[in-house]
Every structure is written in C-alpha cells, then in structure tokens.
Design a protein around this ligand. Structure first.
Ligand code: PRP
Ligand code: 7HP
Length: 191
C-alpha cells in the first residue's frame, strides 16, 4: 500500500470522512425506504467498494445485485459513449424500489444510459446514490437523490476508483501525481 500512496499528490477525502458520510447516507436511505422493497443496483467495478460499506450502514431489509457496462471511445481517465451491458441483473426489478449505487458521476453519460435502460423495466421507483459528484464536468443532466461529496474537477482514485485499473484498494479518495500519467501511461488526464 505504501507504494501506491506515494503516487498520490493529495488526499481529498479521508477514510474517516468516508466512514462518517456513508453512515449518514445509510441512515437517510434506511429512513426513506422503511417498509419498502429496496433493491440496490451497483455499477461495476468502481461502485463495489462503496456498496460494500453502504449496505452495512443500511439497517432495513434489502437486496442488491450488480451490472457491468462497457463504454467505448473513452480513455483511462474518461468514460464516453456507453454502448452495452456486459453483465445484467439476475432478477426482475419490476415493481421494486431500485436505488442505483455509483462511485462517481462525471459527464453523467453512464448514469443517463443506466437509468434509461432500467426505467424500461418498470420499477416502482428509480433513484440514484452516488458517492462522488463532479458537477463542473456534467454533459448530460442526471438527478442525484443521495450524494456523498461534491468534488472539484480533478481526477481522483482510491476507494474503488481507478487509473488504468490500479489504486481501487486505497482506503481514501486522492488526486494522483501528474507524473503518474506520463511514461508507461501516456494519456493526459482531461478531468
Ligand atoms: C467510471 C465510474 C462511473 C463512470 C462515470 O466508470 O465508475 O461509472 O466512470 O463517468 P461518466 O459520468 O462520465 O459516465 P469506468 O467506465 O471508469 O469503469 P469502472 O467503474 O470499471 O472503473
Ligand atoms: C471516471 C473516473 N474514474 C476515476 N476518477 C475520476 O475522477 C473519474 N471521473 N470519471
């Protein structure tokens, strides 16, 4: 872990801040969905770390499942043009109260695609819980019902978020050092 942490320019959100905020989100969700059939849909891969802590902060009965989405035309630092579902839900969501769990909302393209897709399956309700929100990057409008943190326009890693598939295991959210985008990784971040 020490090696990975050396690549971080600054910590944006500490482990303690994450714990506190996720506990608050869990309480809000538990209150809002009390007595309802709650079904969480986690978007892989980034959302899985957030989901695993969030479900333990939700104190009402609920189920969860996963979706994996492919995007093309993107880079290591940007997703764009979401085109298809690589892995779909196992169960029907018809008549259920669906809450999508995402690690980050950037352009909004991923969530716009997923919400449009899930809405056709006739859930009783469809809401979004995102740990991180970068409002300054939005290209497609999305309504976020639960947000952990609004963050500035910086490329962040850790707590599920990756650069080139690495850094997901860091226990905090941090900004990568600029030199990590050079050399072996030739793409310059645009976020
Ligand atoms: C990231 C993140 C969101 C999406 C947000 O996924 O997990 O799903 O980008 O970006 P957008 O708002 O601009 O669409 P990514 O495609 O990097 O996949 P990953 O979760 O497997 O890292
Ligand atoms: C996707 C993504 N992945 C990791 N860090 C960010 O800042 C990101 N924005 N969009």
């Amino acid at each position: 872990m020490a090696d990975l942490e050396n690549d971080i320019a600054k910590i944006l959100i500490t482990r303690e801040q994450l714990t506190t905020r996720i506990s608050e989100l869990g309480q809000m969700i538990s209150r809002d969905y009390a007595g309802k059939d709650l079904f969480l849909v986690c978007v892989l891969k980034g959302g899985v770390v957030f989901l695993s802590d969030l479900v333990r902060a939700i104190h009402i009965p609920h189920a969860f499942d996963f979706m994996a989405i492919s995007s093309y035309g993107g880079t290591h630092t940007e997703s764009s043009g979401v085109v298809r579902i690589l892995m779909d839900l196992n169960a029907s969501i018809e008549g259920r109260n669906v809450l999508i769990v995402e690690d980050i909302v950037d352009t909004g393209r991923t969530l716009a695609y997923i919400t449009e897709n899930l809405r056709t399956r006739n859930p009783a309700s469809l809401k979004i819980c995102a740990l991180l929100n970068k409002p300054s990057r939005r290209e497609v409008p999305v309504t976020l019902d639960y947000v952990g943190f609004d963050i500035p326009n910086e490329f962040v890693v850790g707590y599920g978020l990756d650069y080139n598939e690495l850094y997901r295991n860091l226990p905090f959210v941090g900004v990568l050092k600029p030199e990590m985008y050079t050399g072996a990784h030739s793409e310059t971040p645009t976020t």
